[in-house]
Design a protein around this ligand. Structure first.
Ligand code: HEC
Length: 206
């Protein structure tokens, strides 16, 4: 019985320490944070596309947090500089992700700026890479006998082309691609910015 009191105190101390390190300290670190200079706010279309990204669960295979060189060779993979906390001020809910079944997408707009590339890839990833294991999202597209004025027809290799008619992007697909094209955080960050691992060293190359 009298062992319960120290045990209880120890448990509370561990809880208090964890709250301090994981809740209070990060909140103090990012208090009053504003957007990194260079970060563009989302357009309305990109906000709709972001909602698609969230609801389609792209985060289950794609991260949005390039790491620093001492953690992972993300820069060598072409995924961009290490992200900093102020890159995310417009992101609610954040889509940092933990899985990297596919590449990190934080700078995919800088890496792959073409709308048509993204539309074809979303409709059928294997139309671009025959080895791809990414699922296709054909329900974001529509099969039409012929394109109406203003329709965005996607180009497909012959084996994925419908026998008759054309594949046209629905607004959901166009919004999602506008969001992907806007994922470009390749602007420089001030040396005082708080890095994603909470570590900041003035003057350190990023
Ligand atoms: C089951 C895992 C999985 C899911 C879910 C997934 N992807 Fe992918 N994605 C991949 C893989 C694997 C690749 C690499 C092969 C390829 O390009 O198709 C990839 C590649 C990409 C690329 C090209 C990136 C580059 O640098 O080449 C983009 C853009 C992309 N995915 C967007 C999305 C979007 C948007 C969604 C949600 C609608 C999504 N992915 C859902 C696995 C996934």
């Amino acid at each position: 019985m009298n062992r319960l009191v120290p045990l209880g105190i120890l448990a509370l101390a561990i809880l208090a320490f964890a709250t301090l390190m994981l809740v209070i300290a990060p909140a103090v670190q990012i208090r009053g944070m504003t957007a990194t200079p260079g970060l563009k706010p989302y357009t309305e279309q990109q906000m709709r596309g972001r909602a698609q990204y969230v609801s389609q669960g792209c985060v289950y295979c794609h991260s949005q947090q390039p790491r620093s060189v001492d953690q992972a060779p993300d820069a060598e993979r072409g995924w961009g500089r290490a992200s900093v906390a102020s890159d995310y001020v417009n992101d609610r809910p954040h889509q940092l992700g933990t899985m990297r079944t596919g590449p990190d997408l934080f700078n995919v707009g800088a890496r792959l700026p073409s709308r048509d590339w993204h539309l074809t890839h979303l409709y059928q990833p294997r139309a671009i890479f025959d080895w791809s294991i990414m699922p296709g999202y054909p329900y974001l597209f529509e099969l039409k006998a012929r394109a109406a004025p203003g329709d965005v027809v996607i180009s497909l290799p012959s084996q994925y082309r419908p026998d008759t008619g054309v594949v046209v992007a629905r607004p959901e697909a166009l919004d999602l691609v506008a969001y992907l094209q806007g994922l470009d955080h390749s602007y420089p960050v001030p040396p005082t910015a708080v890095r994603d691992d909470g570590y900041s060293e003035p003057g350190e190359p990023r």
